[in-house]
Design a protein around this ligand. Structure first.
Ligand code: PMP
Length: 407
C-alpha cells in the first residue's frame, strides 16, 4: 500500500536489535517515546566530537558553527510546522515546558478572576495541571469538554461551554491514551469566534499528522522531538508573533536580556526572550536530522504504514475473549489501548515484557480520562514506522499466553 522498505528502515534503528529476556525486542511503546535512527545518534556524537561550544556569544570557529547549526534547526522546525517566522519557534524542554510557558506567561498576564479556560476530558496531565495552577492563582474557572464512549469530544457540549468569558482553550491534537484525532480546526475557529486564544498539545500529533499552524490558525502549538524519532529533553513552542511579543519572559537569566543593570533590565527580542540560559544545543542540533529522516520517508507513507498496522491489530485482538478497546474514534492514529476482563494491566505489562514485548500500562498521565471510562488504566500498544505485522502477531500470541497463565 506504500513504498516504504520496512526491513531497511529497521536497520536504521540499532536499538531494535536488542535482546530482552532472551527474545528480540518488540517495541510497542512509541507513544511514550520513539526510537532514534542512526543519523540522529551520529548527529549527537558529531556535535560533541567536532563543534561543541556555547552559542550566540562566541566569535570563535566552534561557537559560530554551533550557533549556525542551532539556528538551522529553528528554521527546520519552522518549515515542519509551516510557521510564518523563525522567531515564532521557541526551543523548550518539551511539550510540558511549552504549555507551562504559555500558562505562566500569557495566562498570568492576560487572564483575570472570573475568566474561563477550557480543556478536555482526554488531556494529558501536562495540559491539565498548569491550567489548574493558573486558575487557582488568578481565580479563573476551568471547564472541561466531555467525550462520548468512543473517546471523541462532544462538540455540541464544547459550543455550550464557549462564552464571552472564555479566554483560553487548550486541547490535545491527538490523544496519547486513545489515539483520537480531534477536530482542532473547528475547535480553534469556534474559540476565536468568542475571542479566546487556543493552544494545541501536539505531543502525539506531530509524528503522525501533517502540521500547518497557518492553516489551523492556532495561537500556540507545543511538541516534543523525542516523539518524532528525535532526542529527549527538547521540543518547541510555536506562538503567533504578536502574542509572543506581548508576553513577558517566562524565566530570567543569560541570553534573554538586552541590557542588565541593578536598576533595570531590558529583554532580548524573540525568540531569545524565552530562551534563558544555555539551551540543549546538542539535542536541538540533532532534531533537524530526525525531521529530515521523517521527510525522507514521507509523512504520508509513515502514516499509511501505521494505519495498516492499526487496522491489522484492531482486527486481530477481536479474537481475544474479554478484550475491550478503549478509544474507538472514527479518526485515530496508531494507538491501541485495551483492557481484558480479569487481568490487571500491570500484570499484563510484566508478562509481556518477559516475552520481550514493550507496551505501556497504567493511566498514561490521563487519570481523569481513565475515570471517565471507569478503569484505572489500560495496556497500550502504539506503533511506529519500524513496526511490522509479524510483531503484532507476536503481541497477539503473547496476549493469549498471558490469558492462559492468568485465566
Ligand atoms: N501531551 C501528550 C498528549 C503526551 O503524550 C505527552 C507525552 N506523553 C505530553 C503531553 C508530555 O510530553 P513531554 O513529557 O515530552 O513534555
Amino acid at each position: 500500500s506504500n513504498n516504504l522498505d520496512i526491513a531497511s528502515i529497521r536497520n536504521d534503528f540499532p536499538i531494535l536489535n536488542e535482546i530482552v529476556n532472551g527474545k528480540q525486542l518488540v517495541y510497542f511503546d512509541n507513544a511514550a517515546t520513539t526510537q532514534k535512527p542512526r543519523l540522529v545518534l551520529d548527529a549527537l556524537s558529531g556535535y560533541y566530537e567536532h563543534y561543541n561550544a556555547n552559542i550566540h556569544r562566541g566569535i570563535h570557529h566552534l561557537a559560530e558553527k554551533a550557533t549556525s547549526a542551532f539556528e538551522q534547526s529553528r528554521r527546520r522546525l519552522q518549515a515542519f510546522l509551516n510557521a510564518p517566522l523563525p522567531e515564532e519557534i521557541i526551543f523548550t524542554y518539551g511539550t510540558t515546558d511549552g504549555i507551562n510557558l504559555v500558562a505562566s506567561s500569557y495566562g498570568r498576564t492576560f487572564l483575570k478572576a472570573g475568566d474561563e479556560v477550557i480543556i478536555s476530558t482526554m488531556e494529558h496531565h501536562s495540559n491539565i495541571v498548569p491550567w489548574q495552577m493558573l486558575c487557582e492563582e488568578k481565580g479563573c474557572i476551568l471547564k472541561i469538554i466531555p467525550i462520548n464512549d468512543e473517546g471523541e469530544l462532544l462538540m455540541d457540549e464544547y459550543e455550550k461551554l464557549l462564552t464571552e468569558r472564555t479566554k483560553f482553550v487548550s486541547v490535545v491534537h491527538v490523544s496519547n491514551s486513545l489515539g483520537t484525532i480531534n477536530p482542532v480546526k473547528e475547535i480553534i475557529a469556534k474559540a476565536h469566534a468568542v475571542g479566546a486564544k487556543v493552544l494545541l498539545d501536539g505531543a502525539q500529533a506531530s509524528s503522525h499528522l501533517h502540521l500547518d499552524v497557518q492553516d489551523l490558525d492556532c495561537d500556540f502549538y507545543s511538541l516534543s522531538l523525542h516523539k518524532i524519532y528525535g532526542p529527549t529533553g527538547m521540543g518547541i513552542l510555536y506562538g503567533k508573533k504578536e502574542l509572543l511579543d506581548a508576553m513577558p519572559p517566562y524565566r530570567g537569566g543569560g541570553e534573554m536580556i538586552k541590557e542588565v543593570t541593578f536598576e533595570k533590565t531590558t529583554y532580548n527580542e524573540l525568540p531569545y526572550k524565552f530562551e534563558a540560559g544555555t539551551p540543549n544545543i546538542a539535542d536541538v542540533v540533532a532534531a533537524k536530522y530526525a525531521l529530515d529522516y521523517v521527510d525522507t520517508l514521507g509523512k504520508e507513507n509513515i502514516a499509511a504504514h501505521e494505519h495498516k498496522l492499526l487496522e491489522y491489530a484492531t482486527e486481530a485482538v477481536k479474537d481475544i475473549e474479554g478484550l475491550r478497546i478503549i478509544g474507538q474514534a472514527k479518526e485515530k492514529v496508531s494507538v491501541l489501548s485495551f483492557v481484558i476482563d480479569g487481568i490487571h494491566h500491570q500484570d499484563m505489562g510484566v508478562l509481556l515484557d518477559q516475552q520481550g514485548i514493550a507496551v505501556r500500562t497504567g493511566h498514561h498521565c490521563t487519570q481523569p480520562l481513565m475515570r471517565r471510562f471507569n478503569i484505572t488504566g489500560t495496556t497500550r500498544a502504539s506503533f511506529a514506522v519500524y513496526n511490522t505485522t509479524e510483531e503484532i502477531d507476536l503481541l497477539i500470541q503473547g496476549l493469549h499466553k498471558v490469558k492462559r497463565m492468568l485465566g
